[in-house]
Design a protein around this ligand. Structure first.
Ligand code: ADP
Ligand code: MG
Length: 228
């Protein structure tokens, strides 16, 4: 279980201090599909990056499976990011000169898994996202929806507990977005999926919980979790 306790994130640049998250407290279930909604600049990406260990909080605490991360060292964060979390971005972030299969396999290179095993796992997860026939193509030979499926496969190949997706349907048409939402719904059956989106209709239809944020604060939570 992941919990944010009074998390504040301040970005300091030469001229100003920007409070991106302002004392956020929220607990996530091990299995749920959370949509984060909010205007541009409200702190959505910052929130995802902090949950995923891509960015460090300024104050507060991120509790992972009951353990505080206040004393985490760089290698603790590395382990967390590499083994517990998968990331999906709006612009896919695929390597254009590598095949679909290699793109997914590469996500396992840091995990100490043998080459054969890497291939096996990559093929399995590509099948799961419906891309078995496209494994030898390069990303630019795919549609946007297919590229996002590759990115999702890459994020899942390590079997992470948490999948974080930052506007994964932001560049897709409605029909393709629905397909991606259905895939994320299925993925959320046995893990935590947290997705940032601008599309409240899709969020309402597919996610099990909607969290709204504004000016770095949570202003609404449709399915709050308190396990005490
Ligand atoms: P959202 O994803 O909701 O659009 P962000 O989390 O990206 O919002 O940003 C929240 C606020 O923090 C914005 O005001 C943004 O300008 C600021 N911000 C985000 N990242 C940085 C950064 N690396 N340096 C300085 N300010 C940042
Ligand atoms: Mg953002």
């Amino acid at each position: 279980m992941v919990e944010l306790k009074n998390i504040t994130k301040v970005y300091e640049t030469d001229s100003l201090k920007q409070v991106a998250l302002n004392k956020i407290s929220i607990k996530f279930r091990n299995c749920e599909f959370v949509s984060i909604l909010g205007p541009s600049g409200s702190g959505k990406t910052t929130l995802l990056n902090i949950v995923g260990g891509l960015d460090k909080y300024t104050s507060g605490d991120l509790i992972i499976n009951g353990v505080s991360t206040k004393k985490y060292k760089d290698n603790d964060w590395d382990t967390y990011r590499n083994h517990k979390v998968g990331f999906v971005f709006q612009n896919y972030n695929l390597i254009s000169h590598q095949s679909v299969l290699s793109n997914v396999e590469l996500a396992l290179t840091l995990s100490g898994v043998s080459k054969d095993e890497r291939r096996k796992r990559a093929i399995k997860v590509l099948k799961k996202v419906g891309l078995s026939e496209h494994m030898d193509k390069r990303p630019n030979q795919l549609s946007g929806g297919q590229m996002q499926r590759v990115a999702i496969a890459r994020a899942l190949v390590n079997d992470p507990d948490i999948l974080l997706a930052d506007e994964p349907t932001g560049a897709l048409d409605t029909k393709t977005s629905v397909q991606i939402m259905k895939l994320l719904t299925e993925i959320a059956r046995d893990r935590l999926v947290i997705m940032v989106t601008h599309n409240s209709e899709l969020a309402n239809e597919y996610s099990t919980r909607i969290v709204k944020i504004m000016d770095g604060k949570i202003v609404d939570d449709s399915n709050e979790f308190d396990d005490i």
